[in-house]
Write a protein that binds this ligand. Structure first.
Ligand code: AMP
Ligand code: TRP
Length: 327
């Protein structure tokens, strides 16, 4: 039996890309298979409301992300797979945690600074985003949280907050540790100095892109003007990023790929990268299309996950309410 709990979440704000996969989702499936943890994986729809969106499209995006979880290999019989807003305890705990969160700490969050600079109107949700994320985690007594490196600051915040809560109200919340993959930061195809991000779709390789789209995007990926395939994140960041993606997609170590393609032209190398990616996600594309054609199955998976998640979360919330003195 599992002795430890694990939690992670992905926003339903666009299709899943290879950064999500190599930084987080692939690791979810490995961790599920390891049986070391009782896993809780959620689609964080409430978090995704902090950026501009179309209400008519949100439901489909939630289904799309759920389908992505299953198509990537997660098993709803082994993990608790659910939608964040189906568990009201997340918001209630976020309020309680918000009351012990210093304003200044949230102002320092890089993601808040980046996103609020990009948005016309900065909303309070974007500011308190890390408090909701902390509540997502501590409600399930999670010891481990698999994420990409852009979430490390939020996890550190969660740890600090849990410690503060325990200090003030007595030992209650577990301090979670991040779990990262070998590729915690996949870079954009159009700008290898920036991370691949759903908010900039042009630089993304989506997991359900068709092979011809993958080929088109990889061939157009920004690389330096030099020649030769070598792994150098400083002078050849575009090629280094493609090598990371190629290595993960093919299962071959980077050194072997550099040996095989070192003398090749960029175009031949890129063609091979695109082919490997298309092959790696062939099963994903098929499985996801099948799931999206059967929304009832996804609804049932989410309903079953919500039942378990609510039971676990409500028990923890009851403990917290008592500790903080609520009647
Ligand atoms: P998001 O799409 O922002 O909800 O992110 C979901 C998960 O994917 C989080 O664990 C992120 O850290 C991870 N992630 C997002 N973008 C990347 C990227 N470019 N490289 C690696 N991991 C990423
Ligand atoms: N903030 C995370 C992201 O943008 C998503 C997220 C919300 C999350 N709640 C979480 C990740 C809890 C891990 C655990 O990627």
């Amino acid at each position: 039996m599992h002795t430890k709990n694990l939690v992670s979440g992905i926003q339903p704000s666009g299709r899943l890309h290879i950064g999500n996969y190599l930084g987080a989702l692939e690791n979810f499936t490995k961790l599920e298979a390891s049986k070391e943890y009782r896993c809780f994986f959620m689609v964080v729809d409430l978090h995704s409301m902090t950026e501009p969106y179309d209400p008519a499209a949100k439901g489909v995006q939630v289904m799309d992300t759920l389908a992505g979880f299953i198509a990537a290999g997660l098993d709803p019989k082994k993990s608790v797979i659910f939608v964040q807003s189906h568990v009201p305890a997340h918001c209630e705990l976020a309020w309680i945690l918000g009351s012990i969160t210093p304003f200044g700490e949230l102002s320092r969050m890089t993601q808040f600074k980046d996103k609020s600079a990009r948005q016309e109107e900065t909303n309070i949700g974007l500011f308190t985003y890390p408090v909701l994320m902390a509540s997502d985690i501590v409600l399930y007594d999670a010891e481990a949280v698999p994420v990409g490196d852009d979430q490390l600051q939020h996890l550190e915040f969660t740890r600090t907050l849990a410690r503060k809560f325990n200090h003030r109200f007595g030992e209650t919340l577990v301090e979670p540790k991040p779990l990262m993959t070998r590729t915690p930061r996949v870079m954009s195809l159009t700008d290898p100095a920036r991370k691949m991000s759903k908010s900039e779709p042009a630089g993304c390789l989506f997991l359900d892109d068709e092979p011809d789209e993958i080929m088109k995007k990889v061939m157009a990926a920004v690389t330096d003007s030099g020649a030769g395939i070598a792994y150098d994140t400083e002078s050849k960041p575009g090629i280094a990023n493609l090598l990371e993606i190629f290595s993960s997609a093919s299962g071959k170590p980077i050194e072997e790929l550099v040996r095989d393609y070192g003398e090749e032209k960029y175009s031949a190398f890129k063609k091979a990268v695109a082919k490997a990616v298309a092959k790696k996600f062939a099963g994903y594309r098929k499985k996801k299309a099948k799931l999206m054609a059967n929304p009832l199955k996804l609804v049932k998976i989410a309903a079953r996950g919500a039942k378990t998640a609510n039971a676990v979360a409500n028990a923890k919330l009851a403990e917290v309410r008592k500790k903080v003195g609520l009647l």
